[in-house]
Design a protein around this ligand. Structure first.
Ligand SMILES: [Zn+2]
Ligand SMILES: [Zn+2]
Length: 349
């Protein structure tokens, strides 16, 4: 089958012919990929940023952790999906049995596989992909899965973060979303769905400022050195109740902490080179909460799908054939993607 593979760090993805995956375990499912979203984490993986945590990938490696498609084959124990079903694929493969899984914290599964990221389990920048039935959300019949692929990671991470934040966000409060890229544009829309609070979006790029306005932000700001002062001005000097950092690089973490009101929450969705530091005197005196967000649960993915079925989310994407996967990565790296880039392996052009 055709796949876009990474053969070494800091190289472009290459189109190659590799052996297709086979069913190995009774609950395995093969999915013919209709769409695979391109994530900032893909750029980091190529740059070697995860090597210290995950080790060196087994090159050539197939990336792609934001997948949707049609069921191609099922193992003998599979009972919840059938061949031909359109499905959205949760990015994790989890056991369902360990202590974390039983607590509903599948992201910390003791037997976790993270296809397309972990360097061992192949991802979805390929014609066919293997996962387990536990990771699948079945889509309504005749749904085209390709445009929905970004929900599996970007949408789900934003959903997880917003659901956790909303109970602490009063209706007369203010939420700031920094970075209206692939995750931030979902976070902004989901805040609009779940909270009447004032939403302030921030981006460096004028086009994404316009996107944020279209998606319902009350205010959109272009990032600048005056960002903290701008947010304080918009909140009558009090600061924001919630800052969602979808960027994760300096100076955003320090700006985010400065613009929070006392008792506020700094919620990080963008994993990058930034560091969030706060002295213990300020942390206690201001009662700040720091929160990291890693994808979301299987239940949350099912909930998120309902919002899509009910047309509560706008999906903005650009499609690329598998042969142009390297271009999609470059366009993301250079901030040229509005919403999400999605690789479509069935497109042979
Ligand atoms: Zn991702
Ligand atoms: Zn587990």
């Amino acid at each position: 089958m055709r796949a876009a593979t990474l053969t070494a760090f800091d190289t472009a993805l290459e189109l190659s012919e590799i052996a297709p995956p086979a069913l190995e375990n009774p609950h395995d499912v093969l999915v013919r990929i209709a769409g695979a979203g391109v994530c900032g984490s893909d750029v980091h993986l190529i740059e070697g940023m995860f090597e210290s945590v995950l080790g060196r990938p087994s090159f050539p490696y197939v990336m792609g952790h934001e997948n949707a498609g049609h069921v191609e084959a099922i193992g003998p124990a599979v009972s919840t999906v059938e061949v031909g079903d359109p499905v959205l694929v949760h990015p994790h493969i989890t056991c369902g049995l360990c202590r974390s899984c039983r607590r509903g914290q599948e992201a910390f599964c003791e037997a976790l596989a993270f296809p397309g990221i972990d360097g061992r389990t192949p991802g979805g920048f390929a014609e066919v992909f293997r996962t387990t039935e536990r990771s699948l959300v079945r889509l309504p019949e005749r749904t085209d899965p390709a445009p929905l692929a970004p929900l599996a990671d970007a949408g789900l991470t934003a959903y997880h973060a917003v659901r956790r934040a909303v109970p602490e966000l009063p209706p007369d409060g203010t939420a700031v979303v920094i970075g209206i890229g692939g995750i931030g544009y979902f976070a902004l829309q989901l805040l609009r769905v779940f909270s009447p609070a004032k939403i302030v979006g921030v981006d460096v790029d004028a086009q994404k400022v316009r996107l944020g306005r279209r998606l319902g932000a009350d205010e959109m700001l272009e990032s600048s050195e005056d960002l903290v002062a701008d947010v304080l001005r918009l909140t009558g000097g009090a600061g924001a109740d919630l800052v969602m950092d979808c960027v994760g690089v300096a100076p955003v973490p320090s700006q985010a902490l400065e613009m929070l009101r006392r008792g506020g929450t700094y919620s990080v969705l963008g994993a990058d080179k930034g560091e969030a530091c706060c002295g213990t005197v300020a942390l206690t005196g201001r009662e700040l909460t720091f929160r990291g967000n890693l994808v979301g649960t299987l239940g949350e993915l099912t909930e998120l799908m309902q919002l899509v079925v009910r047309n509560r989310l706008e999906l903005t994407h650009s499609f690329y054939p598998l042969a142009k996967a390297a271009d999609a990565i470059e366009d993301l790296r250079n901030g040229r993607i509005e919403g999400r880039a999605v690789i479509v392996p069935s497109d042979k052009t």
